[in-house]
Design a protein around this ligand. Structure first.
Ligand SMILES: N[C@@H](CCC(=O)N[C@@H](CS)C(=O)NCC(=O)O)C(=O)O
Length: 107
């Protein structure tokens, strides 16, 4: 089984399925982009809600993944070279997931 415990974010949001892409979203205009892409591509993922009500995005655990304290963010346990890849910025996430799903990127 994959071990994501080296990533501080998993201390606050433990991975029940560490083999799946870990998604840290909230249904906001930017937050839904990664969620929609994961649903559309059918890539296996596990979502962990980042509540604004409790300032989750300002926690040390979240900041260890995205120092910009913004959602969405992901942690792919099977990134390039088979190594885990943390990623934030919805545009970067969308392109990354498209490539991971084998979609052709125009241009
Ligand atoms: N450029 C970023 C913007 C992300 C962003 O602004 N997310 C908002 C929610 S839509 C957020 O996390 N705001 C919390 C904050 O700014 O503290 C992206 O596209 O991912």
């Amino acid at each position: 089984m994959l071990d994501l415990s080296a990533f501080g974010i998993t201390a606050k949001w433990p991975a029940r399925h560490p083999d799946r892409i870990q998604l840290y979203p909230l249904p906001t205009p930017n937050g839904v982009k990664a969620s929609i892409m994961l649903e559309e591509t059918r890539l296996p993922y596990e979502a962990h809600e980042v509540s604004f009500a409790t300032d989750d995005r300002m926690s040390a655990a979240f900041l260890s993944l995205n120092p910009n304290n913004k959602i969405p963010a992901i942690l792919d346990p099977n990134g390039p070279g088979g190594k885990p890849l943390p990623l934030f910025e919805s545009g970067a996430i969308l392109i990354y997931l498209a490539v991971a799903a084998g979609l052709k990127i125009p241009g």
